[in-house]
Design a protein around this ligand. Structure first.
Ligand SMILES: Cc1cc2nc3c(=O)[nH]c(=O)nc-3n(C[C@H](O)[C@H](O)[C@H](O)COP(=O)(O)OP(=O)(O)OC[C@H]3O[C@@H](n4cnc5c(N)ncnc54)[C@H](O)[C@@H]3O)c2cc1C
Length: 275
């Protein structure tokens, strides 16, 4: 869907969730997507591996035994139906797919524990290798818009890196033509950086890919501060660029406003808000 309003996305939990006016108009624009989502079947997924990525973040590998290949577009998410409430609409939690389409029936999620959250407590305390989960998807419209004919800035904090990890590997694997891609990842301390070695390696081996982790609460050999200072610096000459923002509302609202203030058009900004 192409619209000047960029803050649109669809999940099971929030049928249409955005932060501007004209939502009914956008609902109509999205109607085919909404309908398609409603028609997606619920599937069984089996957790086959879990790894602690940081003290508060875990990676989950989920196999879909009923499919030989689990197909999705990098940037899409799945919705889990977790047994945490008797009401169906209170059980649903969406998670971006952190892996890339590789022709197998396994996908990866990366989930941060919300100390007061019901869903993540279930995922951290009750789920282990062998647990079966009910899920729907893949779904969502936060995906790459080809051709990738402008520099691309992928801006995220914490597990907001999930869709970007999927996208950058996919672009690399499929040799999709692109301009420069810069992944700006923000978190507080070095021990909370996600996929650090992997992203560093991709940066070192790929000329067109730059990875910039930024720490807000710790001095280290890399950048400190917030993600905003990085793209403001890199785009001060207002070169043609597209911006994809993913994570929690505070960072996204701020980034969107700053990018608009720099003179970019709303249509160059694409966002996925986690909550
Ligand atoms: C498209 C999409 C993709 C996402 N992808 C990811 C991802 O890849 N990784 C990831 O980690 N997260 C992701 N999320 C966020 C995820 O869906 C959940 O929102 C998140 O994991 C928290 O779920 P929870 O059940 O633990 O918290 P919830 O139970 O939903 O609670 C969330 C917060 O609400 C507050 N709260 C809840 N109930 C109450 C109450 N009764 N009174 C007062 N406050 C309350 C709590 O303070 C809590 O911190 C994504 C979200 C979306 C929409």
């Amino acid at each position: 869907m192409s619209t000047k309003e960029t803050s649109v996305f669809l999940t099971d939990r929030f049928l249409l969730r955005r932060n501007d006016k004209n939502s009914f108009y956008l609902f109509l624009c999205n109607f085919p997507q909404t309908l398609k989502m409603a028609l997606l079947p619920w599937r069984r997924g089996k957790v086959i591996r879990i790894k602690n990525e940081t003290a508060t973040t875990k990676r989950y590998w989920i196999e879909v035994p009923e499919l030989s290949s689990f197909d999705f577009i990098p940037g899409q998410f799945v919705t889990l139906d977790l047994p945490i409430h008797e009401k169906a609409n209170k059980r649903l939690r969406s998670y971006s797919i952190a892996s890339w389409p590789d022709g197998t029936n396994v996908f990866e999620l990366v989930i941060v524990l919300d100390k007061k959250g019901a869903g993540t407590h279930y995922m951290f305390d009750e789920v282990s290798a062998g647990t079966e989960l009910s899920f729907r998807g893949a779904q969502g419209i936060f995906v790459l818009k080809e051709p990738l004919d402008k520099d691309l800035f992928l801006i995220c904090t914490g597990t907001g890196i999930a869709p970007f990890r999927s996208m950058v590997h996919h672009i690399h694997n499929k040799k999709i033509p692109h301009k420069n891609i810069t992944l700006i990842f923000g978190c507080r301390t070095k021990d909370t950086i996600l996929y650090y070695e992997e992203m560093k390696k991709l940066d070192e081996s790929t000329e067109s890919f730059t990875y910039i982790p930024v720490l807000s609460r710790e001095s280290w050999e890399g950048r400190t501060g917030y993600v905003h200072q990085v793209y403001e610096e890199l785009c001060k000459d207002k070169k043609p660029a597209e911006f994809m923002l993913c994570g929690w509302r505070g960072m996204i609202d701020q980034a969107k406003q700053k990018i608009l203030d720099m003179g970019y058009d709303a249509k160059d900004i694409h966002i996925e808000i986690y909550g």
